[in-house]
Design a protein around this ligand. Structure first.
Ligand code: FES
Length: 347
């Protein structure tokens, strides 16, 4: 994947909050002045007229929260979010369509997560979504920009829909990337295509919102929310006769353990290991067959991904050992502390 910042937007983002736009920031308490470009069709329910700068699809990949981690603990707040939003041009790849996507400027420390929120107009049938929008980058002739939610209007439909919090939250600093009609019944099934408004300026975002009929009851918003990456503190201990000091590293969740250690200059090469495939020696280069990268986990094993069948077979006599090249820290976006013994055959 190649990612480059749009020159104009990057210039806005590079000089701080006060200098985002070459024109005054545009705000609105978005009301119900909706047009009716969305209309029923004979086959799939709904169609829409295209908007300039809109994509037909959206890459929706929420963070994995299967271990019950509350991702909101990694939120960074409004001010930090508007400092960090960036519009990135992506070339086509096997996992992402060509297009312009919202992301973090500092991709090492932050990431754009996906959040979906269902809003009902039941509290105010004639009202709008009840969101105040703020353009933080724009002024381009092609309509590309960055527009975020600045506030959730008191008494509006959005506020009423997110009462109770939980996962159904909207936060200042979030950016709307798509809107989807939901059926009026309890099933709330998605109808038709989503209207994608990612990386549009204020006018383009509002035009996209206006494609939702003003009397439509249930609407699903897909938002991008900037979060800091969870961190794992890794304490490395060496065999006593090596005379090496313990080392403490701070890794981001999702980092491969072996690669993270090597790039930080940490020694990791068990000379007594034998290759699982040939019985010889030598580094397999992270193919999971040589075990030169083996470490013993003495604390925090739940912070690592589960072992594959092959890794279990290789390490069957040492269930606390892991192949560092097969281990990913911060499994399920967890934070915590991990203690590892390097070169465990030499302890
Ligand atoms: S580098 Fe060979 S098993 Fe990890």
């Amino acid at each position: 994947m190649k990612s480059v910042c749009l020159p104009v937007l990057a210039a806005y983002m590079g000089v701080g909050v006060q200098s985002f736009a070459t024109r005054p920031a545009i705000k609105t308490n978005y009301a119900s002045s909706c047009s009716f470009a969305l209309h029923a069709s004979s086959d799939n329910g709904m169609t829409r007229e295209p908007l300039t700068g809109m994509r037909e699809t959206i890459a929706v990949k929420p963070s994995k929260t299967f271990l019950g981690v509350d991702m909101n603990r990694y939120n960074i707040g409004f001010e930090k979010s508007i400092e960090q939003w960036s519009a990135d041009v992506h070339v086509p790849s096997s996992f992402m369509d060509e297009g312009i996507y919202l992301g973090a400027r500092d991709k090492k420390s932050f990431f754009a997560d996906i959040v979906t929120v269902d809003i009902s107009r039941s509290p105010n049938p004639n009202g709008g979504l009840g969101l105040e929008l703020l353009e933080i980058a724009g002024g381009r002739s092609d309509g590309i920009g960055i527009t975020v939610i600045e506030n959730i209007a008191q008494g509006g439909n959005a506020e009423a829909s997110i009462i109770g919090g939980g996962s159904n939250t909207i936060l200042p600093g979030d950016s709307i990337v798509a809107l989807q009609l939901l059926s009026d019944d309890d099933s709330k099934l998605p109808l038709g295509e989503a209207v994608v408004v990612e990386c549009l300026d204020y006018d383009g975002t509002v035009a996209g919102i206006q494609q939702i009929p003003s009397d439509w009851k249930n609407i699903r918003l897909t938002l991008k929310r900037l979060r800091r990456k969870p961190k794992v503190v890794v304490k490395l201990q060496y065999p006593p006769d090596q005379g090496e000091e313990d080392i403490t590293l701070e890794l981001f969740a999702g980092e491969n353990l072996r690669r993270a250690m090597l790039t930080r200059g940490v020694k990791l090469n068990d000379k007594f290991s034998r290759r699982f495939d040939s019985g010889g020696t030598g580094d397999c280069g992270a193919e999971g067959t040589c075990a030169t990268c083996v470490v013993s986990v003495t604390r925090g094993e739940d912070l690592l991904n589960k072992q594959s069948i092959q890794e279990q077979q290789i390490l069957v006599k040492n269930p606390r050992w892991r192949l560092a090249c097969r281990a990913v820290v911060g499994y399920g976006n967890q934070e915590g502390e991990l203690t590892l013994k390097v070169n465990p055959r030499q302890w």
